[in-house]
Design a protein. Structure first.
Length: 513
């Protein structure tokens, strides 16, 4: 059973990495085309106005995570007998929450857009068009989110990968349409076509699940005890997601109010880089998460903790492979990618990547907390940290500090957040937090510092042309992998890697003969 789980993780990881490579390349190129087609002002307006919807649409990710968790626990506990009721209840809860959020967006959110955001008068009509399209996109996405959660819960990562590739391909087509084939308001057309893409993608998710998951076909179910459990769990998830978005989209609003939409464009590009790089490690994490939840729900704590330790190291390592060359050659990469680079983009990108790198190592431990169902204290502590991040950013901006200080604060909060998470898990779940800190945190941080120093010394003299960028990437992969192998892995993990490598070589040798 253990070997079967490992093979499934490996298979799903391969599928997700194939998805990641294609979607990352297409998304980054799409960003360049859209930025040049819309211009810095319109690109910034789109991201800050759409950010209002994202900020009040925090329900989507939280309740979607809850759905996946309840489906995985249902698979472990009831062998699928209760899955349909869980799924149908989730769809109903999503619909109710979606309609309630739309009410907030059309009242509080609309007031904020009209009265607080800094938007050029000539672009206000287009901004409102973007806002309404974003609201419709949100409502469609949240009501069908249980279907995408079902794909992950059932570990159908190949289908999930295909859906993502279709999504980014359509968005690339949209980028070329607004670039070459339209002379009117490109911002309005872009928002409308993104809405159309959302509709198509959600129809595909629903059709796939309806055909392949017979137990999850929708019927009207209203089980109050299941709703109470799901809403109770989701309520604390929503609480945490709200505070997280306050420290991201909320800070994005502060940047708009204090510095204007051009800086929103710079931040949007930096976040695009962070998202692309994050997918490199998240693909592995997504493939592991269902196994962590199922193992914990089945009381196989030893295997669950083993997965968390290894996943934390691999998440950090995969992020480090990408972050080091990007930080070293950020200015050259941005110039080659975008041509015209908004001010502060390089600084924003480097600081956001640093924060995300710090957070990547402890992402898997959240799955243990969610699997336990005892998430109140965990979410409360994280919420406080995110709110502090927003408050400190507001104080800094109000006192005339430069815009990039907010990202420095976020990195400091990320470090504190790691210690808080470990304390909560040790206190509530008897999680081996001390062992985690010694075997994971200290190891990966040492690897990160040493890898960056050595790579910087080796590549600092490389040119800033395409050849120099490629050479920096390859050198970083080689150096970081060697350092991580000797310092990042413990002896058991090194033996596992050696065994797998020897097995692969023997297979290759046999095939050649």
């Amino acid at each position: 059973m253990l070997e079967k789980s490992k093979k499934k993780i490996a298979k799903n990881t391969v599928a997700l990495y194939f998805r990641m490579i294609l979607t990352m390349g297409v998304s980054l190129y799409t960003s360049r085309v859209v930025l040049n087609a819309l211009g810095e002002i319109d690109y910034g307006v789109y991201n800050v106005v759409g950010g209002v919807v994202a900020m009040l649409g925090f329900f989507n990710s939280s309740i979607g995570t809850s759905t996946q968790r309840f489906l995985n626990v249902g698979m472990a506990d009831t062998e699928g007998d209760n899955l349909r009721n869980i799924f149908c209840t989730a769809v109903n809860v999503h619909l109710i929450i979606g309609l309630f959020t739309v009410f907030l967006l059309e009242t509080v959110g609309l007031w904020f857009v009209l009265n607080k955001l800094v938007i050029p008068e000539t672009q206000m009509n287009a901004a409102l068009w973007v806002y309404q399209c974003s609201i419709l996109s949100f409502l469609i996405t949240i009501t069908s989110a249980p279907y995408s959660a079902a794909l992950i819960a059932y570990e159908k990562m190949s289908a999930f990968a295909v859906m993502s590739i279709v999504d980014v391909s359509m968005k690339l087509g949209i980028a070329f349409i607004i670039k070459d084939s339209y002379n009117g308001s490109r911002l309005k057309l872009y928002a409308l076509l993104i809405l159309a893409t959302t509709i198509v993608m959600q129809i595909l998710y629903i059709m796939y699940c309806s055909v392949n998951f017979k137990k999850l076909r929708y019927r009207f179910v209203w089980e109050l005890h299941q709703i109470r459990k799901m809403v109770s769990f989701s309520g604390w998830m929503i609480f945490g997601c709200l505070s997280d978005l306050l420290s991201t989209q909320g800070v994005n609003m502060l940047i708009n109010v204090f510095f204007g939409p051009v800086f929103n464009a710079a931040r949007a590009i930096a976040v695009q880089i962070q998202s692309a790089v994050g997918n490199f490690s998240n693909s592995f994490i997504v493939s592991v998460n269902p196994q962590i939840v199922k193992s914990y729900a089945s009381d196989d704590l030893k295997y669950a903790y083993q997965l968390v330790f290894t996943a934390s190291k691999m998440s950090f390592y995969l992020m480090l492979l990408m972050v080091i060359p990007i930080i070293i050659k950020s200015s050259a990469i941005l110039s080659f990618w975008l041509g015209n680079v908004p001010e502060y983009t390089s600084v924003f990108a480097n600081l956001i990547l640093l924060e995300y790198l710090l957070r990547s190592s402890y992402t898997p431990i959240a799955q243990i907390n969610q699997a336990s169902g005892n998430i109140r204290l965990y979410q409360l502590c994280i919420c406080i940290l995110y709110v502090v991040n927003f408050i400190i950013s507001y104080i800094l901006f109000s006192n005339g500090f430069p815009v990039y200080y907010t990202f420095v604060v976020s990195s400091c909060i990320a470090l504190i957040g790691l210690l808080v998470r470990l304390w909560v898990l040790r206190f509530q779940l008897k999680f081996p937090s001390v062992n985690y800190f010694k075997d994971v945190t200290l190891r990966v941080f040492a690897v990160g510092i040493i890898s960056f120093a050595i790579n910087y010394l080796i590549t600092m003299s490389f040119s800033d042309n395409l050849f120099g960028i490629i050479a920096t990437v390859f050198m970083s992969i080689i150096v970081t992998t060697i350092i991580f192998y000797f310092l990042g892995f413990n002896s058991m993990e090194r033996n596992f890697v050696n065994d797998k490598f020897s097995f692969a070589l023997s297979k290759l040798s046999t095939h050649r003969k």
